[in-house]
Design a protein around this ligand. Structure first.
Ligand code: 13P
Ligand code: 13P
Ligand code: MG
Ligand code: MG
Length: 367
């Protein structure tokens, strides 16, 4: 059976700053999506939040970029925004940057990751959602899991041929500027691009054995839509696993590295991407940057799950979170200095630009 897995997320308001949405807000979004399920527009769905971002995950048969599904998400977020306003939540409607819906929610602010698949007999996939960081944050993990650190690429014959990476230059705003590169032969080229996480972002990955889509990442950069900082681009990602694709554990392994990524306070700093359980809140310095991962099985579009992968009983990820906290502390110790903050080209708050212009006038050139 052919189904579409659609993830759409937005920040439409949050309690006490940029911490988490309210229960009433989540209930409102859920209730609207539930109505669409009753009408038969979608097969199944789950509502979750990561920090202050609400994600709708749904299955349906309408394909990617379906106007009906995108309109549904837009209506759910608009209704949620009204609840957020009525409760005085912070940043009500934050990610809804364009008012009038014109057929596709992409480019309006919310993040979209979706794929149409021929459902396998045992279809397993992971739904990642991150807060206080950029879409480029996922690129490092995808490089490791699909190209450089995946034992499946030499143990699993159906992975031997490698994967095709589609990489987007998100600094180009006139349209989608993409390049296709293959692992393993283009590894160095892939690295040459992905080192610049603010500009080059893995958009999707396909199997070179079966040609199937395996990964879909949201690539929205809000400041490219609004022209100024309006919040981070907190990305989502769908990754199919097992059989002809990396195993779930192979995809999860690199998250234990907790690499330093762009984001954190005011979207202007650097911090360790910390794996957390679903529905986690944010606190320290509006961070640290966090990522959650929900594992699902799906049959004829119906979900079983989620299994919350970073909330395991073995306490492995708790141990990792302590490491991440240590990394965050180490870098925060140097406050504004050097690598602790993003370079000027990435600084999200326009304020610094004005400040530097004022200071420029005070400089004198000594003869
Ligand atoms: P499959 O071949 O069923 O995907 O199993 C591989 C695996 O799970 C290794 O951890
Ligand atoms: P969000 O993008 O998660 O709303 O964060 C905004 C911010 O500036 C946090 O300091
Ligand atoms: Mg927010
Ligand atoms: Mg957020």
């Amino acid at each position: 059976m052919k189904i579409t897995i659609t993830g759409i997320k937005a920040d439409i308001g949050s309690i006490g700053g940029h911490i988490c949405p309210s229960k009433a807000l989540l209930d409102e979004v859920r209730q609207i999506v539930q109505q669409a399920q009753k009408k038969g527009d979608i097969i199944d769905f789950r509502i979750s939040h990561t920090g202050d971002d609400i994600a709708i995950l749904a299955t349906h048969t309408l394909g990617v970029d379906s106007e009906k599904i995108h309109r549904l998400a837009h209506e759910a977020f608009l209704a949620g925004t009204e609840v957020a306003k009525s409760q005085g939540l912070y940043g009500a409607g934050q990610d809804l940057l364009v008012d009038a819906f014109s057929g596709n929610i992409k480019g309006m602010g919310p993040a979209v990751a979706e794929m149409e698949i021929e459902e396998r007999p045992s279809e397993a996939f992971l739904f990642f959602a991150a807060d206080k960081t950029d879409p480029g944050a996922y690129s490092f993990f995808l490089y490791k899991a699909f190209a450089s650190s995946c034992p499946g690429t030499f143990l699993g014959p159906s992975l031997f041929q490698g994967f095709k990476f589609t990489i987007m230059d998100v600094s180009y705003t006139e349209g989608d500027k993409v390049v296709e590169l293959n692992s393993p032969e283009d590894l160095y080229d892939i690295q040459a691009l992905l080192r610049d996480e603010g500009r080059f972002v893995v958009e999707s990955i396909h199997s070179r054995t079966t040609q199937e889509i395996v990964v879909a990442v949201s690539t929205t950069r809000l400041h490219n839509i609004a022209g100024k900082y309006v919040g981070k681009d907190d990305p989502i990602m769908v990754v199919r696993t097992q059989k002809d694709f990396p195993a779930t554990g192979e995809v999860l392994q690199p998250f234990a590295i907790c690499p330093y990524v762009a984001g954190f306070m005011r979207g202007s700093h650097v911090g360790p991407l910390t794996p957390v359980p679903q529905n986690s809140t944010i606190s320290y310095f509006d961070g640290p940057p966090i990522v959650s991962c929900a594992a699902y099985s799906v049959k004829e579009g119906k979900f079983t799950g989620p299994a919350d992968t970073f909330a395991d009983g073995a306490e492995f990820w708790q141990h990792i979170r302590r490491k991440a906290a240590q990394k965050a502390e180490w870098l925060r110790e140097q406050e504004f200095f050097g690598v602790a903050m993003l370079p000027e080209s990435e600084l999200e708050y326009g304020g610094i630009v004005e400040k530097l212009e004022e200071l420029e006038k005070k400089f004198k050139i000594r003869s």
